[in-house]
Design a protein around this ligand. Structure first.
Ligand SMILES: [Zn+2]
Length: 80
């Protein structure tokens, strides 16, 4: 029983890595966290090759940036 709890905790912690990387590309943090916890080796590679949903020019920092969830991943500016 304890072993399963440890495995679950490790999976949840490991799952944070692809979740943070996917979030930088504008993807859902929670969905990628679950994905990372369930299938970490697949999710970590998948998150590394993720491309932003689309690229726009940020009006705040002026850089070209990929946004998915409506924020600039360079400066954090939120698009409306
Ligand atoms: Zn910006």
């Amino acid at each position: 029983m304890d072993v399963y709890i440890i495995i679950a905790v490790v999976a949840v912690v490991l799952g944070l890595a692809p979740a943070f990387m996917a979030r930088r590309q504008g993807r859902s943090f929670v969905l990628w966290w679950i994905y990372g916890a369930v299938a970490f080796p697949v999710a970590i590679i998948h998150s590394l090759v993720l491309k932003p949903d689309y690229v726009v020019k940020c009006p705040f920092c002026g850089g070209m940036t990929g946004v998915g969830k409506g924020y600039c991943r360079r400066c954090g500016y939120e698009f409306m």
